[in-house]
Ligand binder design. Structure first.
Ligand code: MG
Ligand code: MG
Length: 268
C-alpha cells in the first residue's frame, strides 16, 4: 500500500519490542497456515477471511486491515485481502468469490498484538498449478528471498528495490512500481517506504534511499506481474489488477534488520 515518497524518521525497535513483533508475526503465520490448509476449489474468499480472523482473535491479536481507511473508498471491510489471478493486491473477500481449480490466490494478512504489527502475504495455486502459475509463484517467492537476504546493515532500501527489480525482470516478469513495502511497528505503515523498483530518476522523483540499521523492521513485499507493469484499481476502490489481465503474485514478510543479519518475524 502507498507510493514512494521522501522518507521521514525511521523508528528503531528495542530487543523487547522485537520479541513482541516476533509473536505478532507468528500469529500471522498461524493464520496463513490455516488459510493454506483451507484453500481448495469451491471455498469462498469470505470463508478464508473468517478462518484467518478467528486465528488472530484466538491468539489475542486484532486484525489491522479491518476498517483500514482510504481516501475515496469505504474503509477496508475484512481481515485479509484475497486477490485472484489478475488481481495483484487488496482484493475484498466475498461470499461470491469462489476459488476454482487452477486459480492463483494471493492472501495478505496483518495483525496487531500487544501494540505491534505483523504483516505478511503469500500466493498459492488452488488445486493443481499450471506450469505458468507455478513458474510465476516460484519466481515471486524467490524475489522475496533475494530481497530478504539483502536486508543487512550497510545496504539501503534502494539496494533491495534494485535487486528485486533485476531478479523479476530477468525472469521476464514485471514488478509493481506504484506499490511498495514499508516500515512496520506500532503502525502497519511506518517510514521508510521499501520499493520493489528503483528507476534511474528515483532521486529526481523525490525518492529517498534509506540506510538499513539494526532495529529497523520492514515489510518486504515484491508484487510480481506476469505481463506488463501497468495496473488499475477497480470500481470498489481497493482491488488492484494488471491492466493486461496477466497473472499476479505477491509474497511478503515482516523482517527485522539486526547485527546478526535479517530475521524473518512472520514465520511459525
Ligand atoms: Mg501485507
Ligand atoms: Mg505490507
Amino acid at each position: 500500500m502507498g507510493t514512494a515518497q521522501p522518507a521521514e524518521a525511521v523508528i528503531l525497535k528495542t530487543q523487547a519490542e522485537l520479541a513482541i513483533m516476533r509473536e505478532a508475526g507468528r500469529i500471522v503465520a498461524r493464520a496463513h497456515q490455516a488459510m493454506r490448509d483451507a484453500v481448495r476449489p469451491g471455498i469462498s474468499t469470505a470463508e478464508l477471511d473468517c478462518i484467518a480472523e478467528t486465528v488472530l482473535r484466538d491468539h489475542g491479536a486484532t486484525p489491522v486491515f479491518k476498517g483500514y481507511p482510504k481516501v475515496n473508498a469505504k474503509p477496508f471491510p475484512a481481515s485479509i485481502t484475497a486477490s485472484i489471478n489478475e488481481e495483484l493486491v487488496h482484493g475484498i473477500p466475498s461470499e461470491k468469490r469462489i476459488l476454482h481449480e487452477g486459480d492463483l490466490i494471493s492472501l495478505d494478512c496483518g495483525c496487531s498484538y500487544q501494540g505491534f504489527v505483523g504483516d505478511s502475504a503469500f500466493s498459492m495455486a488452488v488445486g493443481e498449478a499450471s506450469p505458468a502459475v507455478q513458474r510465476l509463484l516460484t519466481v515471486a517467492e524467490q524475489a522475496l528471498d533475494e530481497a530478504i537476504r539483502r536486508a543487512v546493515i550497510g545496504n539501503e532500501t534502494a539496494g533491495l528495490a534494485d535487486a528485486t527489480q533485476r531478479f523479476v525482470e530477468q525472469h521476464g516478469y514485471s514488478v509493481a512500481r506504484d506499490y511498495t513495502g514499508h516500515g512496520v511497528g506500532r503502525e502497519m505503515h511506518e517510514p521508510p517506504e521499501v520499493p520493489n523498483w528503483w528507476p534511474k530518476n528515483a532521486r529526481k522523483r523525490g525518492w529517498t534511499s534509506v540506510p538499513l540499521q539494526a532495529g529497523m523492521t520492514i515489510a518486504i513485499e515484491p508484487m510480481v506481474i506476469a505481463g506488463r507493469p501497468d495496473l488499475k484499481e477497480l470500481a470498489d476502490g481497493w482491488t488492484v489488477v494488471s491492466k493486461d489481465r496477466s497473472l499476479c503474485a505477491h509474497f511478503e514478510h515482516t523482517v527485522a534488520v539486526t547485527e546478526d543479519g535479517p530475521v524473518v518475524l512472520t514465520v511459525l
